[in-house]
Design a protein around this ligand. Structure first.
Ligand SMILES: [Zn+2]
Length: 473
């Protein structure tokens, strides 16, 4: 019996019906879980009633449902929202969802063709997905870069843009926003030919479109200062991606400078992933100076396809061939400082293909919850959950109202839930085998459907496109 029928009968014959009425039955009930909602501060045992993809009840008393998940001794959190995920395909989604991710965004690199990007994923994915329009791919198109991967391999990175090319970039970025991109992506580390005035010009397009600019910046602390200044002049909300790897040994100074900008009223946020190594394409501009390196530096580089550490000779061969490389070198103390900062959202920067990639794809969120929250007490649990769910939702919700219904647990929001055991949750993926799923996350619910059930990925594909409303140009 549905609710309106119950109300109707109840109104006609209240006394008679009150004894016969069945309790409202939900599609799915998550019972007895320790519900933690970073927005309201709710931190206690509740029963969650879900119907039609929506949380309809958060109750202190038991609820009845077609299916009941017993979440006794488990934490029930808003599904994790990853703002930095390059692996936008089934293989990566399978790893991420077992790490608790329910919405995955590619915002740093983004795409030059927003409608095609969404069209390629239509019909239901494991998790929800969304994309930015990206300055990097737009620049590669306009300047005619030869690169076949995500990153420029030539003129798209190193070339200078003339006035006509700048106007073409502006038009393509504006189109992408009109077509529903949720943000604008930048990577000045990959586009050394792009002047800061070019970047500021594109920041203004993002500001006019009401979206945040997500940037992998170049040039360390000075680069941060220049980027903050350009963003302030353009009045664009700024998001510094992976502060841990952009800062390296300067992590204290980076966080201090970002905090100072926030204190001065600038809209700037950041993110971090909990690993001491990075990963990128070996043909990218990050390695343009490789011939000047001392011999010992090559050994910090690990080829993803084979797992081997490189030498000067093998690096040269690998750079000519292309592919991805893991870059070791940050200390555990640097990583811990980035993760401990209340400023940093948790974002994976993940990518995996044919079982090869970086362990951050598979283990970022469980590693923060297991190692940094439980084992090392570096981050309070509620604060970690805030930085995994509520804050990423807030970053996007001004331009993308769909995000107002994510990152929270309350009546009326989307039923995206990550249910984990705080005593056992942990990452297991390694640099040698990045495709080992995290442990201790027995259930993940997306749009009211159980996508991880007893630790296994089900056949449900409830993941939907998350787009900003299209606007006429
Ligand atoms: Zn990235």
């Amino acid at each position: 019996m549905n609710r309106s029928a119950v109300l109707l009968i109840g109104g006609l014959a209240a006394a008679e019906c009150s004894v016969r009425q069945a309790p409202p039955s939900y599609d799915l009930v998550v019972a007895n879980g320790h519900v933690m909602d970073p927005q309201s501060g709710l931190d206690g045992v509740r029963h969650i009633g879900i119907r039609g993809g929506t949380i309809e009840a958060v109750s202190a008393t038991p609820l009845a449902g077609s299916r009941v998940i017993d979440a006794s001794h488990l934490v029930v959190a808003p599904g994790f929202i990853d703002l930095h995920e390059h692996g936008q395909q089934e293989e990566s989604y399978r790893m991420m969802v077992r790490d608790g991710v329910t919405s995955a965004f590619e915002l740093e690199v983004g795409t030059a063709d927003v409608p095609a990007w969404y069209a390629a994923r239509e019909g239901g994915q494991i998790v929800n997905y969304g994309v930015s329009v990206g300055h990097i791919p737009v620049r590669m198109k306009v300047l005619g870069d030869p690169g076949k991967g995500l990153m420029p391999a030539g003129i798209g990175g190193s070339g200078r843009a003339d006035e006509a090319q700048l106007q073409q970039m502006e038009a393509m970025l504006r189109d992408g926003l009109a077509q529903g991109a949720v943000a604008m992506g930048f990577g000045t580390a990959y586009t050394p030919g792009a002047s800061m005035s070019e970047i500021e010009q594109m920041f203004r397009v993002a500001a006019a479109g009401g979206v945040s600019a997500h940037i992998h910046l170049r040039g360390g602390l000075q680069g941060l200062q220049e980027t903050l200044a350009a963003a302030a002049r353009a009045h664009v909300p700024l998001h510094i991606v992976h502060v841990n790897s952009s800062a390296d040994a300067d992590i204290d100074a980076f966080l201090t400078m970002i905090n100072a900008a926030r204190d001065a009223g600038q809209d700037v946020t950041t993110e971090a992933y909990p690993y001491g190594a990075g990963m990128t394409e070996i043909q990218s501009a990050l390695f343009d100076d490789w011939k000047t390196w001392p011999d010992e530096k090559f050994g910090l580089h690990q080829l993803v396809s084979t797992g081997e550490r490189l030498t000067r000779a093998t690096f040269e061969t690998a750079r000519a061939a292309g592919g991805t490389v893991i870059i070791h070198g940050r200390t555990e103390e640097q990583t811990r400082k980035a993760i401990a900062s209340p400023l940093a959202m948790i974002a994976s920067d993940g990518y995996i293909e044919h079982g090869r990639g970086h362990p951050r794809t598979s283990g970022t969120f469980a590693k923060v919850l297991g190692k940094y929250v439980r084992d090392e007490h570096v981050v309070p649990l509620m604060d970690a959950l805030r930085r995994m769910s509520l804050e990423p939702a807030r970053r996007l919700e001004r331009r993308t109202p769909a995000m107002l219904k994510k990152g929270r647990i309350k009546e009326g929001v989307d039923a995206d839930l990550t249910i984990f055991d705080p005593l056992t949750v942990i990452d297991r993926a390694t640099y040698e085998d990045a495709a080992i799923p995290s442990a201790g996350i027995p259930f993940v619910v997306i749009g009211g459907q159980v996508v991880v059930d007893g630790g296994n990925v089900t056949t449900a594909r409830p993941g939907q496109a998350i787009r900003a409303p299209s606007v006429a140009r």
